[in-house]
Design a protein around this ligand. Structure first.
Ligand code: NAP
Length: 297
């Protein structure tokens, strides 16, 4: 049971955590902290938070658990503001989508990564943002990855694990660099494809016709291009190395596919699509796909 939870950044991720913990009866009081008075008022009116402030240093006073869910570019500023202001025994964790940058920001702001900081990332979300988009079931049966460091206090890690388990999430652990590589492939790259595709098409001369006649598949594939642009700018900057590697590999894949199409190489196209279908079907069924080396590339 958390006595007093401070949520810095009461948007989709922070608001949903507050709502999930409230409905599980796992939290006493919740203090919300954010930039705009409007979003905080909405959080209060929706009963997501009990108190609010726009100053992170005030929000963390007397909190035994602090959850930071601001965009990655704002993390270091929040760490600097709460430095020296935390209650004795408080545990701090976050929901940022990249972990190496959060660890680096903490090292700069606190002088070293503190043992009471447990970096984390809920693998859950939608393309909507703000507390109005938050809901208590967001984390139910979803994964949360915690990326503790060698100095992380096992008790702090245990408390953050219990907090997420109370929301119905499945908690796993990973090294921060490994997390950033995996997420570059599974989340950040697909968002780049959606943003890039919609941007390309919207700049075509006949884009009215393209969007008017787009079918359900286009809508499904591009849903995530409606995600918050500032949040995604920060994710790209924070995970620049791993993400640019993945984009380069994907670019090679597209160049190869374009070559096969230009050559009208039916066998190669059938190979590519069959491999992709088998991998996708196995993923949907929860079975690990067999990884066979690609012939000729
Ligand atoms: P969001 O709905 O836009 O919420 C972000 C909140 O942070 C807003 O309430 C915003 O306040 C506040 N904020 C922004 N800049 C701030 C600053 N400089 N100081 C204090 N508060 C600030 O975003 P979100 O989707 O919850 O994302 C939050 C974090 O979770 C990000 O680090 C993101 O990488 C991570 N994450 C997102 C998803 C996803 O699918 N959305 C999934 C997993 C993890 P105002 O409303 O007043 O601007």
């Amino acid at each position: 049971m958390i006595q007093r939870l401070a949520i810095i950044g009461v948007g989709l991720i922070g608001g949903s955590l507050a709502r999930a913990l409230r409905s599980a009866g796992a939290v006493g009081e919740i203090v919300g902290c954010g930039r705009s008075a409007e979003n905080l008022k909405l959080a209060f009116d929706l009963d997501v938070i009990d108190h609010c402030t726009r100053d992170p240093a005030i929000a963390v006073e007397d909190a035994d658990m602090v959850f930071i869910s601001v965009p990655l570019g704002a993390m270091r500023g929040v760490f600097e503001r709460i430095c020296g202001k935390l209650a004795e025994g408080a545990v701090v964790t976050d929901g940022g989508s990249v972990k190496g940058s959060v660890v680096a920001d903490a090292a700069v702001a606190f002088g070293a990564v503190p043992e009471w900081l447990v970096p984390g990332h809920p693998i859950a979300g939608t393309e909507h943002s703000g507390v109005g988009a938050s809901f208590p079931a967001l984390y139910h049966n979803r994964r949360v990855i915690l990326t503790p460091l060698p100095q992380t206090d096992p008790k702090a890690l245990g408390r953050v694990r219990e907090m997420w388990q109370a929301t119905g999430a499945q908690v796993t652990e990973m090294d921060p660099a490994h997390h950033d590589e995996v997420l570059a492939a599974t989340s950040h790259l697909p968002h780049m494809l959606a943003f890039g595709l919609v941007d390309l098409l919207s700049r075509q001369r006949d884009n009215d016709a393209i969007f008017r006649y787009a079918a359900g598949g286009f809508r499904d594939f591009t849903r995530i291009a409606s995600s918050n642009p500032e949040m995604w700018r920060d994710i790209c900057v924070a995970n620049a190395d791993a993400l640019s590697d993945m984009l380069a590999r994907f670019g090679d894949e597209m160049t190869g596919l374009a070559d096969s199409i230009r050559r009208r190489d039916s066998d190669d196209l059938l190979d590519i699509f069959s491999r992709a279908k088998a991998a996708r079907d196995a993923y949907v069924d929860g079975v690990q796909p067999e990884t066979t080396p690609r012939p000729g590339r």
